[in-house]
Design a protein around this ligand. Structure first.
Ligand code: URA
Length: 513
């Protein structure tokens, strides 16, 4: 037996540590009778419901994990092919919700032992409801690792599926080919339905294909790359977009390869740009510094970024945090956004701005404050004499929450639970950067920073003190300014916002002295 960590010396250790009821070549039932080994055959490799039904019956019949062999259809035995314990009447027991979530993810792993490992864990929970709390336990650890790898694969699918438009009798359809590592396609279908509700699309994978016609999701057999269309005009859009967001100053070839494994490159038009972009990175970086000659801050920011690398512990810690945040599933918002939008800016920034949550454009680009609110924010910073490139900008909530209305994705406010779930990231970012001054842009940010409901009009007057003793200045969110309909009120509020920012600039300078 082996897993992603390599061979295990003693696989049995992963199963229940209490005395065995029997060996895999025979089943000793709890009533003392002996039966043939049980072979459980599931309908499909990701079939949680089927596994749960079988597992419930096995537990009820007192069949120990070591007495069961799990297979997927294609094997030669039926469910309960040996002595059938299904009718055994035993008290049912409930499992913690956490186990169900864990099992639903882990069951999609390609490790053939996943069903057995989950059953062993379920068996343990029967007598110890707290079993999952023991993070050092090898079985808990292994199952969590499976679930984590599945979530990571899902994240890659969200990020790397590239649709190409094809025309047909029934109109246009977007088709993508993707090769997941695990059995995640059914599990992730909902993400693509929500994300592309108004498009007709198909995702082809070697194991199965899924199709959405705007109302119904259907499944078909697996496909090969040759079944998916090659290049089309959409590719050009992608390439242009990718080239424009490529920041040579941040080039980290190893990290890039880690995040975008070569295996996916063939499916992604922008990867044809990777080699030339890498080759021209240094030249583009210098050009960027030169072009920004008037904005000294930009050159300084690039320099300051480099000051903290390579090999800087701080940068390594921030990158590890970023990698972790990209896989965040702390609340359900990861299911609807395209990606985690993490904070950005130099890690020695003195001012750290916290917004609410990424909007539509931020969600697609993966960067905070680049849409309409971001543009107003930039202009206001400039008017106040603050160079954004010297500040760190992040959001209280790192995923875009929206309601689909026709083709549009309409911003929807994060609730208290979502703010709380995401607060951890903001605290980690602040813990690493240690700004002298944090600015809450609006009520969501203020709540995330203080843990309380804050009334902006009152809190705007004077800084709050955060738990770490540092100052937090509260002001309005730029979107608030965008929403004001009357031109003169809009101008007045905008001027007030700029005044707030000026005070913040002065105070940050005082704190730095
Ligand atoms: N609004 C925010 O709060 N953050 C963004 O990144 C964009 C808009």
């Amino acid at each position: 037996m082996s897993d992603a960590n390599g061979p295990l010396d003693n696989p049995a250790d992963l199963f229940d540590r209490r005395p065995r009821y029997g060996a895999r070549d025979g089943v000793l039932l709890s009533d003392g009778t002996q039966s043939d080994p049980l072979r459980i055959t599931l309908e499909s490799p990701d079939d949680f419901d089927d596994w749960r039904d079988a597992a419930r019956k096995l537990v009820a019949a007192g069949v120990s994990p070591m007495s069961v062999v799990w297979t997927v259809v294609g094997g030669d035995a039926d469910l309960f092919g040996g002595a059938a314990p299904a009718a055994a009447a035993a008290a049912s027991f409930s499992v913690p919700r956490q186990f169900v979530d864990l099992a639903k993810a882990a069951i999609c792993h390609s490790d053939p032992e996943r069903f057995a490992l989950l059953y062993a864990l379920l068996w343990r929970l029967r007598s110890n409801r707290q079993a999952l709390e023991d993070r050092a336990d090898p079985l808990v650890n292994r199952v969590e690792k499976l679930a984590k790898e599945v979530r990571r694969d899902a994240h890659k699918m969200h990020a790397f599926v590239r649709f190409r438009e094809v025309s047909g009798d029934e109109g246009g359809r977007f088709v993508a080919f993707f090769e997941p590592d695990h059995h995640i396609v059914r599990r992730e279908a909902g993400f693509f339905v929500r994300r592309f509700a108004n498009m007709r699309w198909s995702i082809l994978t070697p194991e199965l294909s899924i199709h959405w016609d705007g109302t119904t999701l259907s499944e078909g057999p697996g496909a090969t790359r040759a079944d998916a269309p090659e290049g089309d005009p959409l590719e050009e859009t992608w390439k242009t977009y990718y080239a424009s967001i490529f920041n040579p100053a941040r080039l980290k070839k190893k990290a890039m390869l880690k995040e975008m494994p070569k295996k996916y490159w063939r499916n992604m038009p922008e990867t044809s740009l990777v080699a030339p972009l890498i080759a021209g990175a240094r030249a583009r970086e210098l050009e960027m510094i030169e072009r920004s000659g008037a904005q000294d801050g930009m050159a300084e920011a690039l320099a300051s970024e480099r000051r903290l690398e390579p090999g800087s512990n701080l940068r390594a810690a921030w990158e590890a945090l970023l990698a972790e945040a990209r896989q965040c599933t702390r609340c359900d918002l990861y299911k609807c956004g395209t990606q985690t939008v993490f904070g950005e800016g130099p890690l020695d920034a003195r001012i750290l701005f916290v917004g609410e949550q990424p909007g539509d454009q931020e969600d697609l680009a993966g960067r905070p404050f680049i849409g309409p609110a971001g543009q107003l924010f930039d202009a206001s910073l400039q008017a106040a004499g603050i160079d954004r490139a010297q500040t760190y900008v992040t959001n209280a909530v790192k995923h875009f929450k929206f309601e689909a209305r026709g083709k549009r994705r309409i911003h929807s406010k994060p609730d208290a639970g979502e703010i709380e779930a995401c607060r951890w990231w903001q605290e980690q970012e602040r813990g690493l950067i240690k700004p002298s001054l944090t600015v809450a842009l609006g009520a969501t940010a203020a709540r995330s920073l203080t843990g309380k409901t804050v009334t902006i009009s009152r809190a705007r007057e004077a800084p709050l003190v955060l738990a770490d003793g540092s100052e937090c200045w509260v002001t309005v969110h730029p979107s608030f300014l965008l929403r004001i309909p009357e031109a003169d009120r809009k101008a007045a509020e905008r001027a007030r916002f700029v005044e707030d920012l000026k005070r913040i600039r002065t105070r940050a300078a005082e704190l730095a002295d």
